[in-house]
Write a protein that binds this ligand. Structure first.
Ligand code: RP5
Length: 175
């Protein structure tokens, strides 16, 4: 069992936590140790830089960073480490997250950030797990099981809709 954090989850504000907790939940399900921290690229740049150094020297291998609006956190994290960085655009109040998405995805050549969909912290967690599975066979096995279960769930749903019809299926689902 690994005990030191392998993944660091960062976010620009505690208002991002409702979204970002979905990444944490994936790591809990896979029993992968992670750390979680609120730090801003704009408000706490020095602390952010120190934190990246500290967590890297403690063994963190992947950074996940979520931010909204002028969402510079993932890009700044990527500028401070050569570890993979996964960015999560957080849905913003004025532009629905398009500002966050473009701020994160349009990185300059040389400093990439792997960007997931708006608010899709779950996929960020799963992508991190996919990267970790290159190194850890136990994580790879769990990811294969996860995918197999997902496949079974879709097939079961499909069969149920065929059996009882879509209207009854929706009635039961919404009750
Ligand atoms: C970004 O601005 C944060 O990542 C957050 O998504 C957004 C709003 O921040 P607060 O107004 O909650 O501090 O820095």
């Amino acid at each position: 069992m690994k005990s030191k954090a392998l993944v660091s989850i960062l976010m620009g504000s505690d208002s991002d936590l409702e979204v970002m907790k979905e990444a944490a939940k994936v790591f809990e399900e896979f029993e992968i140790p992670y750390s979680l921290c609120v730090l801003s690229a704009h408000r706490t740049p020095e602390r952010l830089s120190e934190y990246i150094k500290e967590t890297e020297s403690n063994g963190v291998q992947i950074f996940i960073a979520g931010a909204g609006g002028a969402a510079h956190l993932p890009g700044v994290v990527a500028s401070l480490t050569i570890k993979p960085v996964i960015g999560i655009p957080i849905k913003s109040s004025f532009l629905d997250g398009l500002d966050s998405l473009l701020s994160i995805v349009q990185m300059p050549k040389g400093i990439p950030v792997a960007t997931v969909g708006v608010n899709n912290a779950k996929n960020a967690g799963l992508l991190a797990i996919s990267i970790l599975s290159l190194k850890y066979p136990d994580i790879s096995d769990k990811l294969k099981e996860y995918r197999a279960k997902m496949k079974e769930d879709v097939i079961r749903t499909s069969e149920e809709i065929i059996k009882i019809g879509y209207a009854e299926y929706l009635r039961r689902k919404n009750n």
